[in-house]
Ligand binder design. Sequence first.
Ligand SMILES: [Zn+2]
Length: 423
Amino acid sequence: MPEKLNLMQHVRFLAGEIGPRPAGTPAHAAATDYVKQTLRRTGLAMEHLPFTVPGWSCDATTLTLNGESGESNNLHAAANLVSPPCDVTAPLVTAGTVADLDALAKSGDLAGKIAVLYDDLTRYPLIPLNCPIYNDPRDQHINRTLLEANPAAVITVNPHLNNVERRIEDADFTIPSATVPADVGARLLHHAVNHANEPVHLRIVAQDITQTAPVAAHHILGLQPGSHPARIALMAHFDTKLDTPGAWDNAGGIAALLGLAERLAGRDLGCGLEFIAFADEENYSQDHVVYINERGPLFGDVIAAINMDGIAHILGQNTITCMAGNEAFQAALAGVTAHYPRVQWVDPWPQSNHSTFAFNGVPAVALCSSVGWDIVSLRHQPGDTPLWLSNDLLNEVVDLVVAIVETLADKSPDAFRVSTTPA
Ligand SMILES: [Zn+2]
């Protein structure tokens, strides 16, 4: 058995010392330096894929209701990512369903008001208007209806207590907007019924992205050439949502990636290795766009893509799934996981960097935890600290991925692809 690596040191640095690190922030730049320097020390050839994100930061979001405001009055509100600044005093209108919203838009009752969206409209974050990865006609309709009806501001109600995971994260959504937790949403709905004519005040003190210069960021690549062009891509993202230290999501994945570089750099495997630390999985989709633009032409050389996101939760087990591979791929993986009986096979899930490969026909593996993304009290929350991660489970992922790499290293990139019959 290989010696256990101290992978928690990376988690503690990224999530403990640095903390929340959305692309474009100084903390993100510090995380970039740490990952780059740690990868470089293993002897990999370093490259980077630059991009820019909007220069946005928010100094304050204040919601005032019946003369009360602020967290001491349980009126917490948080500006949505890249929201324009505002200082709006207006009556509320409310919509819980697409039909509610359509009726309000038709009657002209949204213009100049503060629209409170809840229930079906804000159960999950709305997919951005020009999202390059997913396109949801329903979310497009909601976004466009709001932009055309032109309310003075939008308040999105997160259905969970103490949770302001943003419901709008979209540079093309040009109406000022903020997210409130469930109890604040309930107070707003009571207010709309009982004090319909009394205006509510929403103030967002934030940078206006139309007036600020974009901020530079980059993905980090650590390359090890093989004796032929075929390569295996290993990846994790190091950025976070707003307000979360992101230990489980995804300092743990990066810790495993750094551990894999330590174990695999310098080894003669035949195929090449590409270690990818993605810089923007959470907020601006630049992982997908920039990587495909720069490296997409080389997808034909990739034997498999292996992504680690949300691994090693101490209250669960590591999980594995695969996408876009043929039966031989699944059989090869099953042969390896047979030696890791605690690792659970789960259904395919697309919500992370492996999809960039899988959606383009590259056989892909995704590793996560059995606790799943449905822990809303933890996912993208301030409580996502190193407490939740297990060094043993991080090492299990590293051991497993090393074994997968050893199994796939001498295969041709065509060996595991789903064959497409010419028409
Ligand atoms: Zn993640």
